[in-house]
Design a protein around this ligand. Structure first.
Ligand code: PLP
Length: 362
């Protein structure tokens, strides 16, 4: 069933609270975890869903007896309106990883996948699982994507994946490089710009570029800044014919009611994104400065993770930190001396600093 026909069949019975008007919207909720190990190993949010999203999730329980297509369309419409897009240029997935895996299935096969190294592994894992050739191109000296080398890797790739800011380094690729990639890529090759961490950065999103680029797919997620990794909500943004190629795999699926209502509430809250961006940047930059004062070099992150150059094998240090109840990582095989650290809350980063000082002493 197409989006349009499904839309036309959806009833009008779902009520959505005006969450942006609630007095507690936008306040930073308490940390998601207390006690136990510090979990700064999966680039999750230490704050979890914002208060308005938590309230919306509870409302979603009562509505869970029905397929929540109307909530899905409300979310699509709101995102499209906020970004000056058409509703048919936005598609909902149960996590952006799923959209990424479907993009690999839709656009590669005999044709290759080109991506950076180190970068998020999900696309190469999906490609390798089906025998697709993968060209992994080293980041440049500034830890940006080396767009020219990526273009040179294959004259006719199926998919070129660019993660901005990049996971695991947190580093940005300049907008002019992304635009050059779009201008010079071969016709028929799809570019995926993964913006899972864009909300933490000062960089402009590429979302509006989809209007002029029919072979550009931009991915965003509610898992990171919006703290909804456990609720599973991601968006794919692209022109309708491109999105239809993904729909073959997703079959006009719908996300859970609570998840969709929480996503809506997050987008309606004008304070949550700037506040969390500020808090993350302060905690990240303070930790990186603390490490720098002690001689440890870090990547120039604009995300909620960064990497530390340990100048020797990183994996043993990951294990020693785990013994101190501080979970960090991962280590990428191509960068064996670097360790990724996610940004937690004040208490998490205090415990990280204490443990790091202890395991690197002497
Ligand atoms: N893209 C990148 C770059 C990520 O780092 C992650 C998760 O870590 C994802 C996508 C997956 O996000 P989601 O939780 O929306 O599936």
């Amino acid at each position: 069933m197409t989006d349009i026909s499904r839309r036309s069949l959806v009833g009008l019975g779902l009520t959505l609270p005006l969450l942006s008007q609630l007095s507690w919207a936008g306040q930073t909720p308490p940390a998601a975890t207390h006690g136990g190990p510090v979990q700064i190993n999966f680039n999750e949010s230490p704050w979890g869903p914002c208060p308005a999203a938590r309230k919306a999730m509870q409302d979603g329980i009562a509505q869970s007896g029905r397929y929540p297509y109307k909530a899905q369309y409300r979310l699509i419409d709101l995102f499209a309106e906020q970004h000056g897009l058409q509703a048919d240029q936005v598609q909902v997935f149960c996590g952006s990883k799923l959209a990424l895996q479907h993009a690999v299935m839709a656009f590669t096969g005999p044709r290759s996948l080109v991506l950076a190294e180190p970068s998020y592994e999900a696309p190469s894992d999906a490609a390798q699982g089906r025998g697709t050739p993968v060209h992994a191109i080293a980041l440049d000296a500034q830890h940006a994507h080396d767009v020219d080398a990526m273009l040179a890797a294959d004259a006719n790739p199926g998919l070129i994946y660019l993660c901005n800011p990049n996971n695991p380094t947190g580093t940005l690729t300049p907008r002019r490089d992304i635009e050059r990639l779009l201008a010079r890529k071969p016709a028929g090759s799809v570019v995926v710009v993964d913006e899972a961490y864009i909300h933490f950065s000062d960089a402009p999103s590429c979302v509006e570029l989809v209007k002029e680029h029919p072979e550009l797919l931009v991915l965003q997620t509610f898992s990171k800044l919006y703290g909804m990794a456990g609720a599973r909500l991601g968006l794919a943004i692209g022109q309708a014919p491109l999105l239809q190629k993904l729909e073959v795999y997703d079959g006009d699926n719908v996300a859970p009611a609570s998840t969709l209502l929480a996503g809506l509430a997050s987008l309606q809250d004008p304070q949550v994104a700037p506040q969390r961006k500020r808090d993350n940047a302060r905690l990240r930059d303070h930790t990186i400065a603390w490490l720098g004062e002690r001689g440890w070099r870090c990547t120039a992150s604009q995300a909620n993770c960064f990497m530390i150059d340990l100048r020797g094998p990183a994996q043993p240090l990951v294990e020693r930190l785990a013994q101190e109840q501080v979970l960090v990582g991962r280590v990428w095989p191509s960068w064996p001396n670097w360790m990724r650290v996610s940004v937690g809350d004040e208490a998490d980063m205090r415990r990280f600093r204490a443990a790091f000082a202890k395991v690197t002493a002497g």
